[in-house]
Design a protein around this ligand. Sequence first.
Ligand code: MSP
Length: 552
Amino acid sequence: MPTEQDNPPGTFYVTTPIYYVNDKPHLGHVYTTMVADVVARYHRLRGDDTFFLTGVDEHAAKVSDKAAEHGLSPQQWADQNAAAFRGTFEKLEMTNDDFVRTSSERHKAKVTEYVAALIASGDVYAGEYTGWYDAGQEEYVPENKAKQQDYKSDVNGKPLVKKAEKNYFFKLEKYREPLLAFYEQRDKAGRGYVQPEARKNEIVNRIKEANDIPISRSGSGGWGIPVPGDAEQTIYVWIDALFNYLTYVDDDDRRKFWESGATHFIAKDILWFHAAIWPALQMALSKCDGYDWVWSDRVAENQLVYSHSYWVSESGEKMSKSLGNFLDPAAIDNYVDEFGLDALRYFLATRGPLGTTDSAFSPDLFVEVYNSDLANTYGNSASRVSNMIGKYFNGVAPESQGLDSEQSKLFGGTDPSHQSATFVELFNTDLDALKLGASSDRACELIRLVDAYIEVTSPFKLAKDPDKLPEVGTILYNCAEALRIASILLWPFIPDKCEAFWSRIGCGHYAEQLKDKGRGDLAAWVEWGQLKPGTPIEKGEALFPRYQVEKK
Ligand code: MSP
């Protein structure tokens, strides 16, 4: 099991897909960005120099089509929706360090440079392409796959279109073997590039038959980045988009993030582009003059693409704009108003489709999780312990004097001072492995242990005997200390409530340090015994009031 020493603070780069701006954001986009936010916050909490990137993908034909429907220029339409995405993410307190717009000068200039370098090296060349095109996905579908799908889109069911065009091609075929070898490489934790591992085979099989791919198109009406040296052709939106992961960190200050190996969160719909084309483009670019840093042993070892499944409606349909069954920004706002932002963050991050099965968004499950983990566990335990400290110790953290050996034997199994370090270690291991639900459970288990400890030790009974007050003090100190540690672990998931709790227990300095994307010191903060006896402990309002389901 890795320990803190094996894994000292370092540099961390996490990304989300950049989302199409043909329409406003919905729950699916919010989900991936929220998962990346939890992971970014965890790394900042650990002390890592962290860079978290999200943003929007603008040069798609469906963006210019939608703009035309609304009588606007593609740029105007993109501006409106880019603002909607940015606004939604800000409201949800996402801590991204930059926001990609592919229509930005920075991005366009860099992509032009990269493609020019690839043309010069010969990995991009001019030719002609004929194939089945899925207009909704902006993607060519290989012949055998098109046949399997009955020549219809497997996403929206619309017929595929046979298209022939002059194109620039990328020599993907040349990178078949290097890609297959790359998928076998492992990082220190034993993980390969394609995560979850169960998704690797579909990519490996497809790579074995992969041919060169078109990376440009004609007649885009000027919306997009021109192929350098051929103004008739526009760089295919997917190539333009994938490069965002580089264009926004390709400068002297940020290059270190790229070099540390990116963690790319995406959903399964776009795995092929990320698993096959993206690393092949990196390998190709690294052979061009001045770009050797793009592909090093360290980048290859540490980079990974994590492809999660879908949020689906309770009847099992994928939430999407074209299918019209999504949770839109207004519905997301309603959840925030009713339960608080942290509750939404917690539910999405811990019960979402990170694994290989889809998750149904169920309002009933939302309430159940809210009540069981947040109201009845964290919220209840925090108020129970602070109430007892208020009642028996005038609201001041008591001394911990240690229990005598008889008592230790009796309570040892539930004593959080014995168990806390184990929970912290398991939490770190799970979160490092991107198991968000399992890691938050570790923190909840520590809190449930506090409840069990209170049941076994019964401080409220002991307190009736004045001679037993030192013992009650020790018990309540242990409880408060365990809650302090659990609240640090839970911060990436529910930052606002944890910060509120910290200010009640004299730990406001954590929030100060983490403010404005500052870095914490997780390893030091979770050491047992840092709650200072004598610190005022405020009761405050319930952190998560229990939600009463109205009886129909
Ligand atoms: N623009 C491309 C991505 C380019 S990345 C270099 C694109 N955009 S998109 O707007 O269609 O966003 C797709 C992504 O949104 C998915 O990969 C996923 O991250 C998120 N989701 C969209 N719908 C989703 C669900 N129903 N459930 C979970 N995530 C979903 O593809």
